[in-house]
Unconditional design. Structure first.
Length: 308
C-alpha cells in the first residue's frame, strides 16, 4: 500500500487498481461539503481516491479556493489521492491545471476526428510528462449531458478496439476512457435498460492488454435517493443507472477508474429537499448542508464498496 498521503499522479493509483483487480473511485466535486464526504468515506473504507473537478466546477469555485480545499483534503486523507481535471476541452485548460498543481488531467477531444484526437492528446501528454502529471483521454463518444455539453444517443459510438491500441501507442497516455454503452446523466439506456457492453470491453482489453481503462457515465442512480427527491418536490423522470453488477464485471475486464458525479448530486439534493421541506422555518444553511454531506458520504461509500 502507499505511504505518502500527498497528491500522487493518477497513474500510480490506477496501476495499484489493476494489480489488485479493483477500481479507484473518481468523484466529482464543486463544493467543500462534497470533498469532506468523499474523503471521510475513503478513510472509513481505507482506500485511495481521485478528486476530480470539471471546467465548470473550476469556474464555479475559483482556482484558489479549489486548491485550498484539496490541500486540506490531502492532509486529512488517510490514503493517497489524486487531483484530476475531468473533461478538459483543450490544451490551455490542461496546461493551466498542470501548472497549478493538479496531479492528473483529462484531455477530451473524442468529438474530433481520430487524427485530431491523437494530435491534441499528444500535445497534452508531452507537456504533462515534464511535470510527472498523468493524462487520461477518451476514444468513442458517450451520449447524455456532461458539464454543459450534450450528445444525443444517435451521435454516440463505441470505442473501436483496433483504434484504441493505436491511440495509446501514438499518444503515450496513461489511461483511456472508453465508450461501451454507458451515458452521462440520470437517464441511461432505452426503457430503463442501461447496460455495459462487456463484450466490447473484452475486445478492447484483448487489444490493449493490461492497460488502465476508465468508465464514464456509470452512475447507478439509486432509486431510494431518487424517491426522496421526488417525494419532496423534485421532478426526476425516467431515471435509470448502470447496475452495480455490471460495474463489477467491467472492473474484472480492465476498468481501473470509475467516474462518479450524478449519484452524488442526487444524494445531495435528496437531503437538502427533505430537510427544507420538513423544516420550513430553517434559515441556518448548516442544517441542510450537514444532512447533504451525510447523504453524499453514504452514496460514496456504496460506490467504493462496489469498486473493491
Amino acid at each position: 500500500m502507499f505511504v505518502d498521503k500527498k497528491l500522487v499522479p493518477g497513474s500510480e493509483l490506477l496501476s495499484y487498481a489493476l494489480s489488485n483487480k479493483i477500481a479507484i473511485g473518481a468523484f466529482n466535486f464543486a463544493n467543500t461539503e462534497v470533498v469532506q464526504a468523499i474523503v471521510s468515506a475513503a478513510n472509513v473504507l481505507k482506500t485511495p481516491i481521485i478528486l476530480q473537478a470539471s471546467p465548470s466546477a473550476i469556474a464555479y469555485l475559483g482556482t484558489q479556493y479549489l486548491k485550498a480545499i484539496v490541500s486540506v483534503a490531502a492532509e486529512e486523507s488517510e490514503g493517497p489521492l489524486a487531483l484530476h481535471l475531468d473533461h478538459g476541452q483543450d490544451f490551455e485548460i490542461c496546461k493551466r491545471c498542470i501548472d497549478e498543481g493538479f496531479s492528473s488531467v483529462m484531455i477530451d477531444s473524442s468529438s474530433l476526428s481520430f487524427e485530431e484526437n491523437v494530435r491534441k492528446t499528444k500535445a497534452v501528454v508531452d507537456y504533462a510528462k515534464k511535470f510527472g502529471v498523468s493524462v487520461e483521454a477518451e476514444l468513442g463518444t458517450l451520449s447524455g449531458v456532461e458539464d454543459g455539453t450534450s450528445v444525443l444517443p444517435g451521435c454516440s459510438f463505441y470505442t473501436n478496439p483496433d483504434e484504441a491500441l493505436e491511440f495509446i501507442e501514438r499518444t503515450g497516455i496513461d489511461s483511456l476512457a472508453v465508450a461501451v454503452g454507458t451515458s452521462h446523466g440520470s437517464s441511461k439506456g432505452k426503457n430503463g435498460n442501461a447496460k455495459i457492453s462487456i463484450e466490447r470491453l473484452r475486445e478492447i482489453r484483448k487489444k490493449v492488454g493490461n492497460f488502465p481503462l476508465v468508465l464514464h457515465g456509470a452512475s447507478s442512480v439509486y432509486q431510494d435517493f431518487v424517491d426522496v427527491c421526488n417525494k419532496y418536490g423534485a421532478n426526476l423522470k425516467d431515471t435509470c443507472g448502470i447496475s452495480d453488477n455490471d460495474i463489477r464485471e467491467a472492473i474484472q475486464n480492465g476498468v481501473a477508474k470509475v467516474n462518479v458525479d450524478t449519484d452524488i448530486r442526487i444524494a445531495f439534493l435528496s437531503a437538502v429537499r427533505k430537510v427544507l421541506s420538513e423544516n420550513t422555518s430553517l434559515i441556518d444553511m448548516r442544517g441542510y448542508l450537514s444532512a447533504a454531506k451525510d447523504a453524499a458520504k453514504e452514496v460514496v461509500m456504496r460506490k467504493i464498496k462496489t469498486f473493491l
